[in-house]
Design a protein around this ligand. Sequence first.
Ligand SMILES: [Zn+2]
Length: 316
Amino acid sequence: MILNDAHCHFFSTELFAALARQRLDRTPPPPPRGSLQEAMEEDVNRQLSVSICDELGWETPGSAYTLADRWVRELDTHNVARAALIASVPSDETSVAAAVAKHPGRFVGLFMLDPAVGDPVARARRALGELGLRGICLFPAMHHVPLHHDRIEQIVAVAAAHPGTAVFVHCGVLSVGVRKKLGLPSRFDLRLGDPLGVARLALAFPHVPFIIPHFGAGLFRETLMAADTCSNLYLDTSSSNGWIRYHPGLTLQSVFQQALAVVGPSRLLFGTDSSFFPRGWQQGVHEEQSRILRSLVSEADFEAIFSDNFQRLFPE
Ligand SMILES: [Zn+2]
């Protein structure tokens, strides 16, 4: 069976440099105006990334191409055919685009977009057009832009104009491990990550697939309500799903049972939420979820969740 992972983060040099700048409370540098500034900028990013990775005890990613190769070796080790890679700071589309360009058969590129900054519509157009990315990731709790804001509809309209693009919306509890480790403040407004707000958008754009990760990360009931209402809404199963401790007595097995009963196997996407090296691909998440699903679904449905649904959303 082919295994596909719908949720991995591409922790590039630019990501670590952006986090380092946030900690220094420095605003990002202005866009480079020439090749000299660009070279200097790359050099500063590399230095910032090395110092942050040293501090974390993580591997330095090097260039986007180097990191892309590292990912391919890791996926090969675990027999993973394809992975969705998320650019995880809202300025890092080009890193993931470079990875996809180098290994188009292995990666699908998604990018985090901050709707409050600059011209997000132009940014989305460039990412989905010129850069060849295939998913927009919204984090309303992080960026403090509610899902009913006009800007969000304008952004989703760009996705609608590029068939084959998914819109990923993080809902529920949000905690970003690397920010915590670096002592960066995370002033998230958890009220804004609302699955019912995603349902409203999914109804307005019925041809755009929407993905809510981690079964709604604590808003499981609302996520099921949203997915039950919208046939274009998918759930990803990624991470250790630690949110289940908010629900008395809930287990991951019962989460899968309930999701299968309401949403069915054709709209569940297996994912791990893997991100940094040397930890690498999260084999433990795969082992646990495949063990649970073996006991719950047929072989065909198992393949749908671990492979075919991803393939259908993001055909090669
Ligand atoms: Zn994630």
